[in-house]
Design a protein around this ligand. Sequence first.
Ligand code: PMP
Ligand code: GLN
Length: 380
Amino acid sequence: PETKLPKVGTTIFTVMSQLALEHGAVNLGQGFPDFDVPARLVEALDRAMREGRNQYSPMTGVPPLRLAISNKTERCYGYRPDPDAEVTVTSGASEAILDAVHAVVRPGDEVIVLDPCYDCYEPAIDLAGGVAVHVALDPETFAPDWAAIRAAVTPRTRMIMTNSPHNPSGAMWTADDMRQLIALLDGTGIYLLSDEVYEHIIFDGRRHESALRYPELRERAFVVSSFGKTYHCTGWKVGYCIAPPALSAEFRKVHQYNTFCTFTPAQFAFAEMIEAEPEHYEQLGAFYEAKRDRFREQLLTTKLRPLPVPGGYFQLVDYSAISDLPDAEFCRWLAIEKGVVAIPLSPFYGVPPAGQRLARLCFAKNEATLDAAIARLQAL
Ligand code: PMP
Ligand code: GLN
């Protein structure tokens, strides 16, 4: 039969986590923390379920959570989205991305994606009948190449998807990048999908350049985030989308027939957690910065060369001093023969750059997990 996603197989994250299980490898592949979620969040979830908050929530999300998201957004970025008209709770950022794309992308529309990019972007575009237009980020710094992005814009361009802090590199957009983006979009009808799931995992005193800080961007933006990253609970699958009222209305048309609503008890738990312990998200950068610093020190005792990590919880390493294998083969070998699972970068590209020898390691792990991985990596 004619399939809708002919290029898609099983995601690299699933493939590599399966290899980790089969070979007893230390799993620094798929991005998820191996430590506990905050105690208050678990207690609040338990309480919500016991108090009978177990039925469908309102389609847009429970009011206290939309209010908490609005309050937190104002605290962080100086813009207060209307909790009723501009905030929609979703089943993870993945659902929000799919909904946003389906809300505006029509058959034949072009969507600019910046490679390497997270693997769910292109299938979402394909399912909507759109065309992903791949533009490479700088191969060293993963900064946007504005000349190349400008050259990719056509009358058919409907959306551009951005992601800062960036998966897989950790690169963060600067205020200058935001000015370039504003200039690029000015006078066009191009929508912005700003994937900000790592918004609180930021290092060395940097500022997260949320699209919500900029009126010229937020008037055309779907800003997506995920509580999975902020609260160490990637399996709970709760996220949200902030967009202007007219865009939120279109977004909600898709959301209501995709999932209708998101796991109700967790929505109450997040509402309580956000309001009661703002220090959790305020201190998340420092928490992960300590992990990053320790892990990088350890990596310097191996033949892997760590690249800079401005934000996020992934460390890219150049393995060319160890092997000349292409990245997928290298990561298979590393998992099966050496007992450490990493993620190759090539699945993050439309066309992977030839000769790139990079792999991604997740450091959202307990010290014992990272130590075990390092011991194996030192033997390479
Ligand atoms: N965007 C990026 C950049 C991500 O890294 C992830 C999670 N790996 C997602 C979106 C999806 O988030 P969620 O698990 O909340 O669907
Ligand atoms: N976002 C996670 C990562 O980049 C993977 C999530 C998934 O497995 N779908 O590792």
